[in-house]
Write a protein that binds this ligand. Structure first.
Ligand code: PEP
Length: 277
């Protein structure tokens, strides 16, 4: 990987001051990412605009949105402060792949990061860890940062295999290489918690995030300490404060509660203790 990856794009985009201590300080802010999934037409751009306007006052968090592909360009134009990203990309730069979209196309449309390996992609499209890793590499090569999603099913948790499953997914789907740790975020999203209103106990989240941290240090050495680990799965304004206070939880990937500015800002306020006005 080239040195262009050493400074993640979201920092280059948001911070003119190249002072490395600034980057470090900003990296400590919780990273709150909204995943709009297959929701949203242009009528929803007002929500993105409202989130962006509020982000100016909610500086204790780094905020980003991943709208559907069709809204990336328009969201980028509406939003100056928040990160705008994609929910998936194809591993190839281009070619005969009808209906797919490549990382360079997403970058061109205004995306600065790409989510890969979401459990809905893994289940709906049979994406293996190897495929997820190729997609992550494609996104990095296009100059975007990546959010690599991992998470166990309910049956796997009930069988006491949650940690083994998640660590194996990280082993297989997280890209490697010099400088890559700076551009990778891991999102731990238990499949059974997504969209269900159920969440693991704080102890279970703490145990999993700690295991993930150790795995990232095994993979990246000291740089693994700085990789952000998001929690995702039924985060809402009522539970975000408690979840974000857990050690090694660096932020949240938020689905349902990111679809309106009202709820998403509620998550951000709860996560940071920030004031809205
Ligand atoms: C998600 O799909 O990434 C997610 C976390 O969804 P929800 O917040 O709706 O559970």
């Amino acid at each position: 990987m080239g040195s262009a990856l050493a400074t993640p794009l979201y920092f280059r985009h948001r911070i003119a001051d190249p002072d490395p201590t600034v980057k470090k300080t900003m990296a400590l802010r919780p990273y709150i990412v909204g995943n709009w999934k297959m929701h949203g037409t242009r009528a929803m751009l007002g929500e993105a605009r409202a989130i962006d306007r509020a982000a100016e006052r909610l500086m204790k968090a780094e905020v980003a949105l991943a709208p559907p592909f069709t809204l990336i360009h328009a969201t980028r134009k509406e939003a100056d402060l928040i990160g705008v990203g994609a929910q998936d990309c194809h591993p190839a730069e281009g070619g005969a792949h009808t209906g797919d979209i490549s990382a360079p196309m997403l970058k061109d449309a205004g995306a600065s990061f790409c989510i890969v390996g979401h459990s809905e992609r893994r289940s709906d499209h049979g994406e293996s860890d190897g495929v997820v890793k190729s997609k992550a590499e494609a996104a990095l090569n296009a100059g975007m940062s990546v959010i690599v999603c991992v998470g166990e099913s309910e049956a796997e948790r009930d069988a006491g295999r949650a940690e083994d499953v998640v660590l194996a997914q990280i082993e297989g789907s997280v890209p490697r290489g010099e400088g890559v740790a700076d551009s990778v975020t891991v999102a731990y999203e238990p499949v059974w918690a997504i969209g269900t209103g159920r969440t693991p106990t704080t102890d279970d989240i703490a145990a999993m995030h700690s295991a993930i941290r150790n795995k990232l240090v095994e993979i990246f050495g000291n740089s693994g300490e700085g990789v952000r680990i998001l929690y995702g799965g039924s985060v809402n304004p009522d539970n975000a404060g408690e979840i974000l206070a857990i050690e090694h939880v660096s932020g949240a990937l938020v689905g349902g509660a990111s679809l309106t500015a009202e709820k998403f800002l509620g998550v951000i306020v709860a996560a940071t203790g920030d004031q809205r006005d």
